[in-house]
Design a protein around this ligand. Structure first.
Ligand code: ZN
Length: 49
């Protein structure tokens, strides 16, 4: 195996490494699961205040 940072291996929501078997693809990015995806999508919305 070679090191390729071209492939996303961490979840943008919780920044945890994503396991190949368990990933959730959405909007061109990989997440751990649906929950993390929703967290990531939700984040900017609740960022203010
Ligand atoms: Zn995650």
């Amino acid at each position: 195996m070679t090191e390729t940072d071209a492939i996303q291996t961490n979840c943008p929501a919780c920044n945890k490494p994503i396991k190949k078997v368990k990933l959730y693809y959405r909007d061109g990015k990989f997440y751990c699961n649906k929950k993390c995806w929703r967290n990531f999508v939700k984040k900017p919305k609740e960022q203010q205040k």
